[in-house]
Design a binder for this molecule. Structure first.
Ligand SMILES: [Zn+2]
Length: 424
């Protein structure tokens, strides 16, 4: 009886929200439309939205009266960043990182994260893949739940929860062996232990499994080398277990052996990939393995890490640029991921678009990495990533022409997510 009353009260409380979700029709009139799918922009386009979905897209804006007037703006699909850390706030040095794990509770970090996801939406990113909480447990799962329930504003999220590495290979490191310090991820050793860790993370709501495949980078033989973390058997077990349960694997792999082992094991995405051997790029193209180069963050952390003694981070900038150029030539699928959280949340992650065009992408190609391509990486190409009938109404707009000036994407002035205007 008690529960019936509670349910009735809950229903009354939620009634206004339910009323809002009944399909309402709204039109957007866009001066220019970059739809995320086609290679050419269209002009004077009316987008009709019913509820949270796009119903119609047609040219002929001159005829429309009313609705939302974006006639002076360029409309695009909501942007997607496939490599974020919403629970992290900068980690140029070990000290930046350690203080967050040692002096901040998970609750505090989650509160800061609610601000970070709101800023992400404000920047025009309506979907993200969050790739590890850096010691904040499964708080990304909670963040995603709170957004989906409408409790806090934020982008739609796919989350990786805690991530995996082998014992001892990930911070916190360097403390007295007598101390029990927290770590930024979950350790697992041996194929069976790693399978168990995958099962545990999936059971707590991870969408993706994230693995750290290498560490300790150095120049040798004219390329960037590394110390591989997992054995190939361990990596294969992780990938097999995740795939068996219909989940995908993202691999942090920055140099030769980490990338090679990840590809051999069959991961779905290579994160960072500062150096990738030519033959591995070929395999990635042939197997459709995604490349998520995080060009901007590499430039951002280089000087600080060099000052702390690791000069290789400065060399890695040019190596990374060269790898992106080779990947483009090899026809490898590339998606937009920035590692924001690894750099200051006050920096708009759209700052990475000019880095992509400087390395040989056209502005349209660069935009697609953060729209239709990123949606495909997420397996959500039927729902997001382009402005087409039937898709979810995630639409942003900006003054001017981002094809003529790609930096304009850092100044998104209109954001609609799921048919609801969240910035205007
Ligand atoms: Zn990262």
């Amino acid at each position: 009886m008690k529960s019936t009353i509670a349910l009735a009260a809950l229903f009354l409380l939620t009634t206004p929200a339910l009323a809002q979700t009944t399909p309402q029709s709204v039109t957007l009139t866009c001066g220019t439309l970059i739809d995320g799918a086609s290679d050419t922009p269209r002009h004077n386009v009316v987008i009709t939205i019913e509820g949270n979905r796009i119903k119609e897209v047609h040219e002929g804006a001159a005829l429309t009266v009313g609705g939302i007037d974006l006639k002076r703006k360029t409309c695009l699909p909501g942007l997607i960043d496939v490599h974020t850390h919403t629970l992290l706030n900068g980690d140029i040095t070990a000290e930046d990182y350690d203080v967050q794990l040692l002096k901040q509770s998970t609750a505090y970090r989650a509160i800061v994260a609610t601000r970070n996801v709101r800023w992400m939406l404000d920047y025009g990113f309506t979907s993200i893949r969050d790739l590890e909480t850096e010691g904040a447990g499964y708080a990304d799962v909670d963040l995603k739940t709170a957004i989906n329930r409408g409790i806090i504003p934020g982008p739609r999220m796919q989350v990786a929860s805690r991530a995996l590495d082998v014992t001892g290979a990930y911070p916190l490191q360097g403390y007295s062996w007598e101390l029990q310090v927290p770590h930024g991820l979950q350790f697992c050793d041996g194929p069976d232990d790693c399978r168990k860790a995958v099962r545990e993370q999936l059971s707590h709501g991870a969408d993706w499994i994230k693995v750290y495949s290498d560490r300790s980078y150095y120049l040798a033989n004219g390329r960037l080398e590394d110390i591989p973390t997992f054995t190939l058997d361990e990596l294969r077990a992780i990938v097999d277990e995740a795939h068996r349960e219909r989940h995908k694997v993202a691999s942090h792999a920055m140099a030769l052996y980490g990338v090679h082992n990840s590809i051999e094991a069959g991961v779905d995405t290579i994160e960072h990939g500062d150096y990738i051997a030519p033959e591995d790029l070929k395999t990635m193209a042939a197997k459709g393995i995604w490349y998520v180069p995080t060009i901007y963050v590499g430039e951002y952390v280089a000087e600080g890490r060099a000052a702390a003694g690791a000069k290789v981070w400065v060399d890695m900038i040019n190596i990374n640029h060269e790898t992106v150029r080779r990947a483009l030539q090899a026809g490898v699928k590339i998606a937009f991921g920035t590692d924001i959280g690894g750099f200051d949340w006050k920096i708009n992650p759209a700052i990475q678009f000019p880095s992509l065009t400087k390395l040989g992408m056209t502005p349209m190609q660069a935009i697609k990495t953060a729209t239709s391509s990123a949606a495909e990486l997420l397996g959500m190409q039927q729902q997001i990533g382009s402005i087409e009938p039937g898709k979810l109404a995630d639409i942003v707009a900006v003054d001017g022409d981002p094809l003529a000036d790609i930096t304009l994407l850092q100044k998104i002035s209109f954001v609609m997510k799921d048919g609801v205007v969240v910035k205007r």
